[in-house]
Design a protein around this ligand. Structure first.
Ligand SMILES: [Zn+2]
Length: 461
């Protein structure tokens, strides 16, 4: 019987340093680190010579089986976490979206039922989708009893999940009192709705109208407004999917004032260009995500923000919809296209290839962006995001020379399109260990439905 794993001769990389050594894993945890360890009997030895060893990726922004615009995102917790593992992400944090009028705790219980089939460990953020007499108490229960110290606020989508400013302020104040962190979708929702209606009235109904309905200045305005509100309530905020120069500037300005403001971006905003919305035959619908893909000058601002530390995390906002039967719901009206795209499997490979490989960021920074910082910011560190004795044995053995081409025909996402179709990558996981077990090895995925554990989180630990 195999009692543990010994990873030998790897180049171990953390957010702080890099060294050559061995890692012993037992009972799902890292139990020993040294320059050289002798294999014990009945221990599975994994030779990592010539390869890098990272802490497992942590993606703090994904949406499995999320209802949107009359359909449901096409990866469920099982297929989505399996795709994550295949790409080196061993932990995800998804969301609970209570209906208006619904108890947050009942919505949480239902979401935890859906998530039980996950193959990898997961946490949940609570979206504050409506404000009522009991909302503040539910938020306190989330933090104190449910292991949820992070709340999501939407400044857009006011007809479903978004809040008016008065309620944003109530939620920010409550989160501050609870020492919780607030994730924010920052776009000027009312102006987006106005532009969507105006474009439709003018007869612009195809996917090419989508970016015109959500211009960068509306993201910049909302990001700036949120940092001001958060500064005045004293709340720690994390701006999700920063896509453009005006939003980067707003985050940078708040951080220069020593506010606790953080930000993430996603590979699609670092690597794609607005011209994707000109693709023919409705293929452009695959790229309908919010905020939209921007013009190229914004990409450079995002890379610079990752280099300088203005942004701290690269997540995916994974939220796939098939082109057939799902995106097609908006064939005659871009406003009905469910917004979102697949990405959770390719985050590490894309950031490694186009970030580390092209000299834009260093290796330690790469590990920080995809694993350590998200773990720290959302109450998972050092159990996740670190290579240290006592941490979970979630490890990625990375072949820096391996090459591949991303395609919907080979990805593990349950989605008929990839927004990275044809993208070449250099650097891929050869072995992924999660919870102390080899779950992916050279293309062979060996996951177990339901093996993922719910992660109760705390920011004060
Ligand atoms: Zn999202």
């Amino acid at each position: 019987m195999i009692v543990g794993i010994l990873i030998q001769n790897g180049d171990i990389v953390t957010a702080e340093k890099r060294w050559r050594g061995d890692i012993r894993c037992r009972h799902g945890q890292i139990v020993e680190l040294a320059e050289a360890l002798e294999p014990a009997t009945e221990e599975e030895a994994v030779d990592a010579s010539g390869q890098l060893v990272f802490p497992g990726g942590v993606d703090p922004h994904v949406h499995m089986e999320l209802p949107v615009a009359g359909t449901v995102s096409s990866d469920d917790f099982e297929s989505g976490t399996a795709a994550a593992l295949a790409g080196g992400t061993t932990t995800i944090v998804d969301f609970v979206h209570p209906q208006r009028g619904e108890s947050f705790l009942e919505a949480l219980a239902a979401r935890r039922q859906e998530a039980r089939k996950a193959v990898a460990d997961y946490g949940l953020h609570m979206a504050v989708t409506w404000w009522g007499e009991e909302t503040a108490r539910w938020m306190a229960d989330c933090v104190r009893q449910e292991g949820i110290p992070s709340f999501k606020l939407y400044m857009a989508y006011k007809e479903t999940v978004g809040l008016e400013d008065a309620d944003l302020i109530r939620a920010l104040e409550t989160a501050h009192k609870l020492d919780a962190r607030v994730l924010v979708h920052a776009e000027h929702g009312d102006m987006v709705e106005y532009l969507r209606s105006r474009l439709a009235a003018e007869g612009s109904l195809g996917p090419e109208a989508h970016p015109r309905s959500r211009p960068p200045e509306l993201e910049g305005e909302a990001t700036s407004r949120m940092t001001i509100l958060a500064g005045l309530t004293g709340t720690s905020v994390y701006i999700v999917h920063v896509t453009c120069q005006p939003a980067v500037e707003a985050v940078a300005k708040a951080r220069a004032l020593n506010q606790e403001v953080y930000g993430e971006t996603c590979p699609q905003y670092l690597l794609l260009e607005e011209s994707v919305y000109e693709k023919p035959e409705f293929e452009a619908a695959s790229y309908v995500i919010a905020p939209p893909i921007r013009r190229s000058e914004h990409r450079e601002a995002l890379w610079e923000a990752l280099r300088s530390g203005v942004l701290q995390v690269v997540s995916t906002d994974h939220c796939p919809f098939n082109l057939e039967r799902q995106k097609e719901l908006g064939r005659n009206d871009f406003r009905r296209i469910p917004g979102g795209a697949a990405g959770v499997e390719h985050r590490l490979a894309l950031l490694y290839s186009y970030g580390v490989g092209q000299g834009r960021i260093g290796l330690e920074r790469f590990v920080d962006l995809v694993s350590t910082r998200p773990a720290q910011l959302f109450g998972l560190y050092p159990r996740k995001g670190s290579i240290s004795v006592g941490a979970d044995a979630d490890l990625v053995i990375w072949d820096p020379e391996a090459t591949g081409t991303i395609s919907a025909s080979t990805h593990h996402h349950h989605c008929d399109r990839s927004i990275y179709e044809g993208f070449a990558v250099t650097g891929l996981p050869s072995t992924v260990i999660a919870a102390g077990r080899v779950q992916y090895s050279d293309g062979d995925l060996r996951v177990e439905r339901g093996a993922g554990r719910y992660l109760a989180r705390s920011l004060s630990a």
